[in-house]
Design a protein around this ligand. Structure first.
Ligand code: G3P
Ligand code: CA
Length: 281
C-alpha cells in the first residue's frame, strides 16, 4: 500500500537545514534552527532522543558527543567516556546543563561558537513558530528523525513503540502534524509509525544501495526515500518516481554535489549550508 503523496507536476526543490544551519551554528540548537529559517529554508531537519524523565530532546547522539559537548564544569568529554553520558539515563534538567556550542566542531570551522544547550522538541517548535508569526514569513516544515538505534550505539534506549508515542504526543500537542514528517533508518520505527499513525508522512533513510531490497523490509511504501546523495543518479530517481516516492538526499554540502542534485531534479536537499542551496534555486 503506497502512502498518499502530494502530486508535484512542476517539481520544486525544498531546502532542508540539516540539524538547523549546522554549517554556521552549533548543531540541533535553537540558534541553528532560527538561522536556517531566517535564511529561507523550507524545512528544519532535526534528530530526537528520549531523556530519563520522558522528555523529547533534540540531539543527534543519544549521548554527549566528545566532538562538540563540554560538561557543566567546562571539562572536555573524551571518545572513551562519551557513551557513559546516556541521555536516556539522564534527566532533562541535567542534560540542559551541558554546553553544546562553546567548544565548536572541528568539522565545521565557520561555525559560530556560543554557549548553548540541547533543546526540547517542543521548545524548537515554539521558537520557530514564534519567529514565523512575528515576521509573517512562510510556514516552516519539520523533518524529525527518530534516533532509536540501540544496536548502533550499544547503550540502552526506549522501546520503539514508547519512543514513537512520546514524540507523537509532543507533535500533536503542538498541532504540527500537517507540516512535518518522521524519518528513520530503522524499518521497525517506520512500520510501527505507519500502523499506529497512518496520517503521518514518513521518510525512509538509508546509506545502502538496492532500493528494492531496502524497501522489502517495509510493510508499506513510504512517501519519501532519503538516501545518501552519493547513491543518487538518473536511474535511481526514475526507479523511485515509478514507485511514486519523493527523493530527498542527505547531506549535500559542496557546490558540485548541490548542482548535480538540482540537475537530477530531486524533491529536496538536506544540507548543512542552506544558503548554498538557496542561492542556486
Ligand atoms: O536526514 C538525513 C540525515 O540527517 C541522516 O543522517 O546521521 O545526519 O542523522 P544523520
Ligand atoms: Ca538526521
Amino acid at each position: 500500500k503506497v502512502q498518499e503523496t502530494v502530486e508535484q507536476p512542476n517539481i520544486t526543490i525544498e531546502v532542508q537545514g540539516h540539524r538547523g544551519d549546522r554549517g554556521n551554528f552549533p548543531e540541533n540548537t535553537i540558534p541553528a534552527f532560527l538561522s536556517a529559517v531566517k535564511k529561507g529554508a523550507d524545512v528544519v531537519e532535526l534528530d530526537v532522543v528520549i531523556s530519563k524523565d520522558g522528555k523529547v530532546v533534540v540531539s543527534h547522539e543519544p549521548f554527549m558527543s566528545s566532538l562538540y559537548v563540554t560538561t557543566p564544569s567546562g571539562d572536555s568529554i573524551t571518545k572513551e567516556t562519551e557513551r557513559s553520558y546516556n541521555l536516556h539515563e539522564m534527566t532533562y534538567d541535567s542534560i540542559k546543563k551541558f554546553d553544546t556550542g562553546s567548544k565548536g566542531n572541528k568539522n565545521f570551522t565557520q561555525q559560530q561558537k556560543m554557549h548553548t544547550y540541547k533543546p526540547l522538541l517542543e521548545e524548537v517548535i515554539d521558537s520557530v513558530e514564534n519567529y514565523v508569526k512575528a515576521n509573517n514569513s512562510k510556514p516552516v516544515h519539520y523533518n524529525i528523525e527518530i534516533k532509536s538505534e540501540e544496536k548502533e550505539y550499544g547503550i540502552s534506549q526506549p522501546h520503539p513503540t514508547v519512543f514513537i508515542d512520546m514524540v507523537m504526543e509532543v507533535l500533536t500537542k503542538k498541532s504540527i502534524i500537517g507540516k512535518m514528517n518522521i524519518q528513520s533508518f530503522d524499518p521497525a520505527i517506520l512500520n510501527e509509525m505507519h500502523k499506529k499513525y497512518p496520517q503521518v508522512t514518513l521518510a525512509y533513510l538509508t546509506a545502502k544501495p538496492g532500493i528494492d531490497s531496502n524497501l522489502s523490509q517495509m510493510d508499506f511504501t513510504p512517501s519519501i526515500y532519503s538516501p545518501n546523495y552519493k547513491l543518487v543518479n538518473e536511474a535511481f530517481i526514475d526507479s523511485l518516481r515509478q514507485k511514486n516516492m519523493r527523493v530527498i538526499p542527505w547531506t549535500v554540502n559542496n557546490d558540485e554535489d548541490i548542482n548535480r542534485m538540482i540537475q537530477l531534479k530531486v524533491n529536496g536537499i538536506i544540507t548543512d549550508y542552506p544558503e548554498r542551496v538557496l542561492s542556486k534555486l
